[in-house]
Design a protein around this ligand. Sequence first.
Ligand code: ADP
Ligand code: MG
Length: 619
Amino acid sequence: MGIIKQLPQNVANQISAGEVVERPASIVKELIENSIDAEANKIEVNISEGGREKIHVKDNGTGILPEDMEMAFCRYATSKIKNIDDIYSLFTLGFRGEALSSISSVAKIKMISRHKSKESGMEIKIIGGKIESKKPVGCQIGTEITVRDIFYNTPARYKYLKTTSTEFGHISKIVSAEAAAYPEIQFKLNHNKNNVLTTPGNGKLEDTIFAIYGEEIANNLIEVNIEDRYIKLNGYIGNTNISRASRSHELFFVNKRPILNRTATSAVEKAYKRLLDPGRYPVVFLFIDVNPILVDVNVHPAKKEVKFSRNQIIFDVISKGLRKILKNENPTPIVNVNKNNTNKNNSQPKISPEKIQQSFDQNTFLSTVNNKQLNNKNSIHDRYSSYQNKQYTNYISKKNIKNNPPYKKQVNYEDNYEYSKEHYVSEENIKFKYLGQIFNSYLTIETETGIKIIDQHNAHERILFENLFAEYNSKNNTNQALLLPVKIDLSPEEKEIVNKYKESLNKLGIVFSDFGGNTILIEEVPSLLKDKSTRNIIENLIGNLLKEGKTLNIAEQKEVMIKYLACRSAIKAGRPLNKNESIKLIKDLLTTENPYRCPHSRPIMIEISKKEIERGLGR
Ligand code: ADP
Ligand code: MG
C-alpha cells in the first residue's frame, strides 16, 4: 500500500492559512477589507490583548444572506469574482475567498449578519473549521465577526506571537492605513476598551490624517495632484519641515489598497534626495491610481505587495512629479563663496559677524551647558578632562580606536618642523598653520605633512558628540523639568511603542505623560537636552524604536540620541567663520579621540600631502 495520502481538509486548511493569517493584524486586515467590500461606512474594531484574546469587527455594510453564512467559510468561496479574468477588472479588495476559511481554521469564530433585504439576522459559530451552531437573531443590517483564541489549535504558531503591545502596534498600523485610504468611512479602533482612534468619516483626507497622525503632520502637508497617461497621483506629501527616522510614515495606496511597493518607495525617496537629512524619511500619503490591468495584486496571498507592469514610467512620474512640487515649495539655498556678492536669488539670510560669533558660542556645547566653566577661561584641556570619565573613555576606545588609531599615533611629527607666529599648537601638541576657510564650509591648515582640508560641520559634530557623551555620563547630568511641557502627536502605532518603552525612556531621562488620544506630553528631559529641539529628538528616538523593533538597549539609544543632537547643533556648511572661531574649532577637533570620522562615520578631513604637492609641481 502506498504511503502518499491526501491530508484531511482541516489540516490542509491550517497549513495554507499560515499564508493569510500570520498574526492578529492579518485577521484585522482581512475583516476590515471585507467590511469595505460590503460598502460599509462605519467600521468598528475592538481588540483585547493585542488581538490574541479577541478581535471584533463590526460594520454597517450590506450583510450576508442567511443561506450564504456557511458558504462564506468555505475555501475559495467568494461573491467577488467568477472567473480568472475578473481579477484584472477588480474593484473589490478581496477575491480569493480564502480569508474567512483560513481564519476559521486557526481560531474560534462567531459571525452575526443581517442582509439588507432581510428583516432579521443569523448567528453562526464555528470552531476548528466546524459549524457549532446556527440560529436566527435580531440585529441591525451589517456584519459582526468575533475571533477568539487565535492559534489555539496550532501552539507552535501561537508561540511566535510577540508581546501584546507589538501585536497591537501592527493592528493599529493596519487600521490607520485603511482609515487613511477610506476617508469616507468612519473607523473606530478600541484596545482593551480604550478608544485609540476615531476618524471623522467625512470624506476628507486631510481631516482623516489629522485624526490619525496629529496636528504637526497635518499642518505640514503639500497636496499632490498629478495626472499622466497611465497613472494618477493624489494625496499629500510632507514638506521638508517634517521627516521621520524610519519609513513608518511612507504610505502608498494603489487603487485605494494600502500596499508595499519598491518602485513607489524608491521613487519617493529619489524625489526627496538631499532635501532631508541623511537617515531621515519623508511623510507621504500617496494614492496611485492605475488601470487595474497594469497592476498585479496576486503576488502575495495577503495582497500586501503589488507589481506594476510599466514600472519605469510609474517610477518617473512619481519621482519627477514630486520633486517638482518639492522644489517649488523649498527653493534650494544657493551657497555663495563670495559672501559680499549680493545675489538677489540667494535665499540665505545675511548674518552679521556678531551673530556668527554668538551662534557659534551657542552651538558649542560647553558654553551652553556650563557657562561657569566657560567664563573662568580654563584651558580647553582642563575643560575637557573635567568631563572625561571612565565609562566614556571605555566607550570611545571600544568603538573607534579599533578602526581608527588616534591622531597622535597616525601622524609622526618630527620635532624639527619649523613654525613661526603664524602657527598654532593644539593641546595634543600638534602644530598647524591656519590658512583660511574655503567655500564657507571647509577649513584649511598646513601641517608638517601637508595641507589638510577640514569639513567644519563634521568636525564640530565630532567635538559636540564627545562632549555630550561625557556630559551625559557624568554625575552633573540631571533631569530637567520643562517649564512648558512639549506636546507630541503620535500615530497609534508610535503611541504603542512609546508606552511599551516608557520605563526605558524614563531611564534615559525622558519623562512623559498621557495627554489623551495619541498625544503625549514630554515633562522632563535630561538637562543637556534643555533648550534643544526636544520634539525632533524624541521623534527621532521613536522612529529608531520603530525601525529597530527590538528591545531597547539603553546604551544604543543614548548614542543615537547624542549623535542626533550633535548633528543638529553643529555649525552648518555654508556658514562663514572668522579666524578665531576656525582656530578654536580646529584645536578642539585635534583634541578629540577621533578627528578623522564624525559620529555618523563620514570623513572629517582630507589631506593633500606635501609630497604630492611637490611631485605635482615637478620638484
Ligand atoms: P473574499 O473576500 O476574498 O471574497 P472572504 O473569505 O474574505 O473572501 O469572504 C468570503 C465571502 O464572505 C465574501 O466574498 C463575501 O461575500 C462574504 N463576506 C465576508 N465578510 C463580509 C462582510 N463583512 N459583509 C458582507 N459580506 C461578507
Ligand atoms: Mg475577504
